[in-house]
Design a protein around this ligand. Structure first.
Ligand SMILES: CC(C)(COP(=O)(O)OP(=O)(O)OC[C@H]1O[C@@H](n2cnc3c(N)ncnc32)[C@H](O)[C@@H]1OP(=O)(O)O)[C@@H](O)C(=O)NCCC(=O)NCCS
Length: 219
């Protein structure tokens, strides 16, 4: 998520999303993101009321050390949520809140931003509170976001950048089927230091290959 802007939704539209094998490019998401569910996680539009929990979850040292600096206050997260809402309405960006079953507020986010008008190429990024690492929440959420990106946004090529030192971030991308295409030398300035990053990509044709039977259901 290094290159993803961490800036500033509230409208939620309940849409039915089916498992996608061919692109069903739709612009409905610009009016409000669909609610996506799988197993023990729900992805939905961020709400202003998520700001306090996102502040707690995403500003710890272990979560923030390899990503663009998150806001440092509740008001900062509220501005980020309002910015995300405006960018989604403009059709440039989508940011899902990660909400575990039994909870009301967000414990993480998944972002997708267009790298060119129309989303043919796009970049994704993600961050989850460390209490939820290694629980399967990431994998369930990532599957939903990838289906949304390739099936709804019509993404052809989805990139991600991860600092080489970010073992979990790189491991998470690898296990979602991303291909490491190379090294972006000294490409990410963090805490006054330029870090090398891996460039990862997933193509729509890769994502549509038959995969092992999914344990995820999409409501
Ligand atoms: C990235 C993130 C969302 C992944 O969620 P997570 O719950 O930690 O991910 P998972 O545990 O499901 O998967 C991580 C994988 O990396 C592996 N991994 C962990 N440490 C690793 C390391 N040092 N080197 C290589 N792989 C590693 C894990 O074993 C796991 O693979 P497995 O499930 O096959 O065993 C979460 O760690 C996070 O929010 N990190 C901080 C923000 C961030 O770095 N975002 C990504 C920027 S690219």
């Amino acid at each position: 998520m290094e290159k993803m802007p961490f800036r500033e939704s509230m409208m939620t539209t309940e849409l039915s999303v089916s498992t996608m094998t061919a692109p069903v490019v739709s612009s409905d998401w610009k009016k409000g993101l669909p609610v996506l569910s799988a197993g023990t996680v729900t992805l939905r539009e961020m709400r202003l009321s998520d700001a306090p929990s996102l502040l707690v979850m995403l500003t710890t040292e272990e979560v923030a050390r390899f990503i663009s600096p998150p806001p440092t206050t509740i008001a900062g997260f509220e501005r980020f949520i309002m910015w995300a809402n405006a960018e989604r309405q403009a059709g440039r960006y989508a940011c899902f809140a990660v909400v575990p079953k039994g909870m009301d507020t967000a414990i993480g986010i998944f972002q997708v931003r267009q790298l060119e008008p129309g989303f043919a190429s796009a970049e994704w990024g993600f961050a989850i509170g460390s209490a939820f690492w290694g629980t399967g929440l990431f994998t369930s959420s990532a599957q939903l976001v990838l289906d949304f990106a390739f099936g709804t946004l019509g993404v052809h090529r989805l990139e991600a950048r991860a600092a080489v030192r970010n073992g979990r971030g790189n491991g998470a991308l690898r296990k979602m089927g991303a291909v490491c295409e190379g090294l972006l030398r000294r490409s990410f300035l963090r805490n006054g230091e330029y870090l090398d990053q891996h460039l990862w990509s997933i193509l729509d044709i890769d994502w549509r290959q038959p995969r092992p039977t999914s344990k995820f259901t999409i409501n």
